[in-house]
Write a protein that binds this ligand. Structure first.
Ligand code: NAD
Length: 329
């Protein structure tokens, strides 16, 4: 048995250790309470402050890579961003639409860089990333906007289309970010913007592929944000925007029961405000960010009753046209 004074020293150091841990916990709690008051007040003040009174990111001269910029929301984003004197680079696999958007933007007296890129192909993304770096320069803002949906129930979706949805809606984000993040880390600044969806917060009918891929955008956004902050890259900003249905044709045939579809213009406008304000998490409409998580706090049977009887999600999605019908139209 060890001598008494050894055991006494051990006991004292154990108690001191415990006291030290308690003090650290109390200090953490005090700091956290202070931060909670500060950040909640800041968020409330910013919410009621009119946009023109807020300090916003200046987009002039910023190189913005926009995927899916020839389509509905993407086109509206491109038009608005060039008006703000940003240098916009559009990647889209629809060459005809790409030509049209270029003509439209140039007819308004602005310049735009367009590339026919299929973002579901990793090698293609890396190849065009190098081309953009040498043709235009290092990208300041990545705007991962392109997306697709199949519009079929689970067993109807062809396997290759499930893979395609994931390749376009989420895997491509890994390739675009991997291509341009190293430069952002080197210069200590940049911005990664992800267009998710409210279906990334609440699954719905005919959306097993789409909704799952949009849930994944949230996981990528949140985890990468934490990694960047942990490594001290506080000036590389991240924004996730989750909109409700938008009237672009992507959800053609859907008939939402309670809320009108959003217009692509208003969504593009809100995304740009979110970029300029460096907002981290945006839902359109705003109230849905508080409303949808209620599903986590109520019984699952009640959540289903709510979805079926009040939101009428499945009923509104029944008429949704599938990707073949949309392509043929
Ligand atoms: N439309 C909606 O109701 C809705 C709702 C919530 C979120 N969103 C999301 O908003 C974003 C924009 O949607 P939208 O309604 O403008 O869609 P859209 O179909 O009008 O436009 C999408 C664009 O992405 C391009 N694209 C598709 N696959 C591509 C690929 N492999 N490579 C390169 N480009 C490709 C298309 O050519 C098209 O120009 C998407 O991420 C979508 O998931 C849409």
């Amino acid at each position: 048995m060890r001598p008494f004074h050894y055991r006494a020293t051990e006991a004292i150091s154990f108690v001191l250790n415990r006291i030290q841990k308690v003090i650290i916990k109390v200090l953490d709690l005090v700091i956290l309470s202070w931060l909670a008051i500060y950040y909640v007040s800041e968020a409330l003040i910013l919410t009621v402050t009119p946009t023109f009174l807020r300090k916003q990111k200046d987009l002039r001269g910023k190189i913005i890579l926009l995927t899916g910029g020839a389509g509905g929301v993407g086109q509206e984003l491109a038009i608005r961003l060039v008006r703000q004197k940003a240098i916009v680079v559009i990647w889209d696999n629809n060459e005809k639409a790409l030509e049209k958007v270029q003509e439209k933007i140039e007819s308004q007296g602005h310049k735009v860089h367009t590339y026919p890129v299929d973002i579901s192909d990793r090698a293609n993304v890396y190849k065009y990333a190098d081309i953009v770096k040498s043709d235009v320069g290092p990208v300041d803002i990545i705007l991962n906007n392109a997306g697709i949906v199949c519009g079929q129930t689970f067993l109807e979706i062809p396997d290759h289309m499930i893979e395609k949805t994931f390749k376009v809606n989420i895997l491509s984000h890994y390739w675009t970010i991997k291509a341009f993040l190293p430069h952002m880390i080197k210069t200590g600044k940049g911005h990664i913007v992800t267009v998710g969806s409210l279906t990334g917060l609440l699954g719905t009918y005919k959306c097993t592929d789409y909704s799952a891929s949009k849930h994944a955008t949230i996981g990528l956004h949140e985890s990468l944000l934490i990694e960047l902050k942990t490594h001290g890259h506080h000036n590389i900003k991240m924004t996730l925007v989750c909109p409700y249905f938008i009237n672009t044709g992507m959800f053609a045939g859907c008939k939402p029961r309670n809320l009108k579809m959003l217009e692509p213009k208003e969504v593009a406008k809100r995304i740009i405000t979110a970029i300029k304000n460096e907002e981290v998490y945006v839902t359109i409409p705003t109230f849905s960010r508080f409303f949808l998580p209620i599903k986590n706090f109520i019984p699952a049977k009640l959540a289903w009753a709510f979805i079926y009887r009040i939101i009428q999600g499945p009923q509104s999605m029944m008429g949704m046209r599938n990707f073949e019908e949309v392509e043929a139209a």
